[in-house]
Write a protein that binds this ligand. Sequence first.
Ligand SMILES: CC(C)(COP(=O)(O)OP(=O)(O)OC[C@H]1O[C@@H](n2cnc3c(N)ncnc32)[C@H](O)[C@@H]1OP(=O)(O)O)[C@@H](O)C(=O)NCCC(=O)NCCS
Length: 153
Amino acid sequence: MNLSREIFLQQEDISAQCIDEIVAIERDCHYNPWTKASFLSALQAHDILKKFILDDEAVGYFVAKLALDQCELLNLTVKKTMQSKGIGRIILNQLKEICLARNISHIFLEVRRSNVNAIKLYGSFGFNETGIRKNYYRTKSGKEDAVLMGLSL
Ligand SMILES: CC(C)(COP(=O)(O)OP(=O)(O)OC[C@H]1O[C@@H](n2cnc3c(N)ncnc32)[C@H](O)[C@@H]1OP(=O)(O)O)[C@@H](O)C(=O)NCCC(=O)NCCS
C-alpha cells in the first residue's frame, strides 16, 4: 500500500538525545550502518539531520551536507517495516523543499550498485547517473561500485 497521498509525516531535527532510536533503525537497514559516533559527528559538522514521525515513532530520516549551492545526501533510510509505502519519496520531497528554500541548485549522492530499490527511487525522482566509483563499498564477498547520481533543482 502506498501511503504518500494519505499520510502526513511530522518532521523534527535529530538531536543527540534521540540518536539511539535512529541508530536502531540504521542497524536494521544497512549492511554497513552508520554508528552513533557517525551521527554525532554529522551533528557537530552542522549537517542537516531530520527524522520523520508517524504515530509518535520515527519511520525514516535523512542526513545531508550543504555547502554553497550544493547538497550531498549522506544518508536516507526508511524503517524496514515501513518501506515501499511511499515514505522514501515523501522524505526526498521534504529534502528538495529545504534545498529550494536555501537556494541549493544541485543535490548529489552515492549509492551501492546493488541497491536497485534506492536507484529506482532516485531515478524516478529525477536524479541522473553521473558516474561510477569503482569498488567503493565493502560487501560480504569483496567490493562493489558506487553509482553517483545528481539532481539539478
Ligand atoms: C531506499 C529506501 C530509502 C526507499 O524508501 P521507501 O519508502 O521504501 O521507498 P518508496 O516507497 O517511497 O518508493 C519510491 C520508489 O522507490 C522504488 N522502490 C522502493 N522500494 C522498492 C521495492 N521494494 N521494489 C521496487 N522498487 C522499489 C520504486 O521506484 C518506488 O516507486 P513506486 O512506488 O512508484 O514504484 C528504503 O527502501 C530504505 O531505507 N532502504 C534501506 C536503506 C537504503 O538503502 N538507503 C538508501 C541508501 S543510498
